[in-house]
Design a protein around this ligand. Sequence first.
Ligand SMILES: Nc1ncnc2c1ncn2[C@@H]1O[C@H](COP(=O)(O)OP(=O)(O)OP(=O)(O)O)[C@@H](O)[C@H]1O
Length: 259
Amino acid sequence: MITSTQPLSDPAPALIVHALRKQYGTTVAVDGVGLEVKHNEIVGLLGPNGAGKTTIINMILGILEPTAGAILIEGANLATERQQALSRTNFAAIYAPLPGNMTVYQNLKIFGMLYGVDNLGARIESLIAEFDLERYRGQKCGVLSSGEQTRVALAKAMLNEPQLLLLDEPTASLDPASAHDIRARLRAFADRRHCGVLWTSHNMYEVAEVCDRVLFLARGRILLEGDPRALPRAHGRETLEDLFIHIAREPLAFGSTTS
Ligand SMILES: Nc1ncnc2c1ncn2[C@@H]1O[C@H](COP(=O)(O)OP(=O)(O)OP(=O)(O)O)[C@@H](O)[C@H]1O
C-alpha cells in the first residue's frame, strides 16, 4: 500500500507513480505504469505516437483523473493531498502557450500571483535575467518566436520553484542552437534546485544528452528503462534511435515493467 509517510532522514522522491491506469471506453491509454523520479534527476519518457506519454503527464498534473493507481509528489498523495502535491509542481508544453495578448512581464506576474509566489517582483526579475528575457519583457508573448516563447514558458514554469517539473516536448520546434541552450538551462536548474524532471521527447539525440535515465513506453506500458547511453548496446543496437525504432516495431518482444 502507498502512504505519504516518509522518514525524515529519507526524503521522498520528487515523484512516485504506482500502477497508474487510464481507460477511455475500451481504449486503455495507460496500463499499469510504475515509475519514480528522484530529486536532481532528469527522466526521459519515450514512446511512439499514442503510447500514453501526455496522458501520464496530465494525470500527474491533476488535469486527468486516473482510472486506477496512485501518484505521490514529494510524498504527498495527489488523490488526497492535492494542493500540497501540486504546489511545488509545474510544467511546460509546446501545445500550451502562454496567453499571446499579454506581455512577458504580465504573464509572469499573473501566473506568479496564481501560484502565490512570495516576493514576486524579485522572483520575476531573477527569471527574466536567467532566461535572457530583458529585451522582451514589454512585448506581447504572441509576437515572440518559438524559441523566445519557450524561454518565457520555462520561466513561468519555474516561478514557484518546482521540485517536480513536467516537460512535454519542451524543445520541439526549436532550432538546434536554441534547443541546446534550453537543455543546458534545464540541466543547470535541476542541479541547482534539486528538482526532478520528467521529460518527453521524440529527439533521441537530445534524450541521450540530457536524461539520466529513460523509460520506453508502448501501448500504455513501460517496456524498458535504463541509462540512455548504455541501453542501446545492452540490446544489440548502435544508437538510442535504432533501439526506439526496434521497440516501436516489435513491442511484444520486450517484457513490460509495471508496478
Ligand atoms: N479523451 C480521449 N478519449 C479517447 N482516447 C484518448 C483520449 N485521449 C487520449 N486518447 C488515446 O490514448 C492514447 C494515448 O494518447 P497520448 O496523447 O497520451 O499519447 P502520446 O504518447 O502523448 O502521443 P504523442 O507522441 O503523439 O503526443 C492514444 O491512443 C489516444 O488516442
